[in-house]
Design a protein around this ligand. Structure first.
Ligand SMILES: CC(C)(COP(=O)(O)OP(=O)(O)OC[C@H]1O[C@@H](n2cnc3c(N)ncnc32)[C@H](O)[C@@H]1OP(=O)(O)O)[C@@H](O)C(=O)NCCC(=O)NCCS
Length: 136
């Protein structure tokens, strides 16, 4: 059987860090049989928190999902790779970009960007109030 090249396949980013890999399971599906968008959003929130954790050095919380784009559906058995980079460090907040690439079950080694998002996290103190991001 001939292997048809995926027109959406693209190289993985080299200017971002791999922060999470996960494989969705049948329990994560929506009524269409694709993966539920809310499950993807939860994984993106976790992946997006990895780089801010290095800077916040303490408690922090998600304050905003500034943008979230589902470019292609995610399927059961896809190997998902989450790449992230810091976009902006403010006084108390850190904004990151997250890009999600799927390696389809039947096309190992080919990557398709399925989701991209921008999220902002805020460092918080013991009372849950914003605190400054450490500078050093
Ligand atoms: C996080 C929280 C303590 C921030 O308090 P706040 O009084 O709303 O925050 P502020 O208005 O002082 O803004 C804090 C920072 O967030 C940024 N910010 C506020 N609203 C924002 C928005 N809609 N988008 C992006 N950044 C935003 C501000 O610019 C500021 O950044 P800076 O200090 O780097 O300039 C509070 O909003 C909160 O507790 N939210 C709930 C968090 C939560 O439960 N998250 C989900 C589970 S983790």
């Amino acid at each position: 059987m001939s292997h048809s090249p995926n027109p959406h396949a693209e190289p993985l980013p080299t200017d971002q860090e791999l922060v999470l890999k996960v494989i969705p399971m049948p329990a994560d599906c929506n009524a269409n049989g694709d993966i539920f968008g809310g499950w993807v959003m939860a994984q993106v929130d976790l992946a997006g928190a990895v780089l801010p954790a290095r800077h916040a050095r303490g408690r922090f919380a998600t304050i905003a999902v500034n943008e979230f784009i589902f470019k292609h559906p995610v399927k059961v058995g896809d190997i998902l790779s989450f790449f992230s980079r810091v976009q902006r460090i403010g006084n108390t907040s850190i904004t990151v970009q997250v890009e999600v690439f799927a390696e389809r079950f039947s096309s190992q080694g080919e990557y398709m960007k399925v989701t991209e998002a921008t999220l902002t996290y805020v460092a918080i103190d013991k009372d849950g109030k914003p605190r400054a991001i450490p500078k050093d």
